[in-house]
Design a protein around this ligand. Structure first.
Ligand code: ADP
Ligand code: ADP
Length: 226
């Protein structure tokens, strides 16, 4: 089943110096449960493509469907995570990870159970009542990872989620993500500029050209995972 489909997607930003073509003629389809990496040089439109899928930006032309429906507005089937997970300093770790559930007004008792399980899954058991200022950068991204999963989205859009972490922590987080992905059968779109990382993590790697970003190729990865 194709979960996400883009057809001749185009994105033009209007800027002070005129139109800027960020994406041109981008077509692809992504199946349920796939782990896709998006690679390409800085400025080629990786974040833009992710933002279109997440509903943060509107496409200029082409079509984009999600779960078989034309995609025009943000969907709660989607979770997004960025290089830095912004946490509210006055909220505890549990309260921060509970934000999506709060916003979506999910059942409080169920959410609390789920969030505590997620915090345990990302190695933060015992930190539920601590505050972000007490955590390292890697631990804050773990909170971001738990928060990403809190409302149980089918599609995870991750924009260099561990790119700001030291290499050791990044590799640990990558392995953790793979474990979560295998357990939960989410569909993951993972932006990185590290080709080694993309090959290590993915089922398929989408390679983009320098701006205006086109899909130059799709590489099937057939390596055993750890
Ligand atoms: P990448 O994630 O691959 O580094 P981006 O999607 O961030 O690339 O950017 C693609 C191009 O679009 C870049 O030239 C960038 O400057 C431009 N761009 C991105 N966001 C905006 C915006 N909101 N307004 C204007 N130009 C933008
Ligand atoms: P680099 O370009 O950083 O020298 P590699 O090609 O060795 O890297 O790895 C690129 C990335 O792939 C690593 O930073 C890491 O995120 C991921 N990776 C590679 N091997 C492993 C591994 N054994 N465990 C976890 N992550 C790995």
């Amino acid at each position: 089943m194709n979960l996400i489909e883009g057809q001749d997607l185009q994105k033009v930003y209007v800027t002070a110096t005129g139109p800027l073509v960020a994406l041109q003629d981008v077509s692809f389809s992504i199946r349920k449960g796939e782990f896709i990496s998006l690679v390409g040089p800085s400025g080629c439109g990786k974040s833009t493509l992710l933002s279109l899928m997440g509903g943060l930006e509107q496409k200029t032309d082409g079509s984009l469907s999600l779960l078989g429906e034309q995609h025009e507005k943000p969907s709660r089937d989607i979770g997004m995570m960025f290089q830095t997970s912004v946490l509210f300093p006055w909220r505890t770790i549990r309260q921060n990870a509970s934000l999506p559930g709060d916003v979506l007004k999910l059942d409080k008792t169920q959410q609390r159970k789920r969030v505590d399980e997620l915090l345990e899954m990302v190695g933060l058991k015992g930190f539920e009542d601590r505050y972000p200022s007490e955590l390292s950068g890697g631990m804050r991204q773990r909170v971001g990872l738990a928060r990403l999963l809190a409302h149980d989205p089918a599609i995870l859009l991750m924009d260099e989620p561990f790119g700001a972490l030291d290499e050791f922590t990044r590799e640990t987080m990558n392995l953790e993500l793979l474990r979560i992905w295998e357990q939960t059968q989410k569909t993951v779109i993972f932006v990185t500029h590290n080709i080694g990382e993309a090959v290590f993590l993915s089922d398929r790697v989408f390679v983009m050209t320098p701006r205006p970003g086109r899909l130059e190729g799709i590489v099937e990865i057939d390596l055993p995972r750890p």
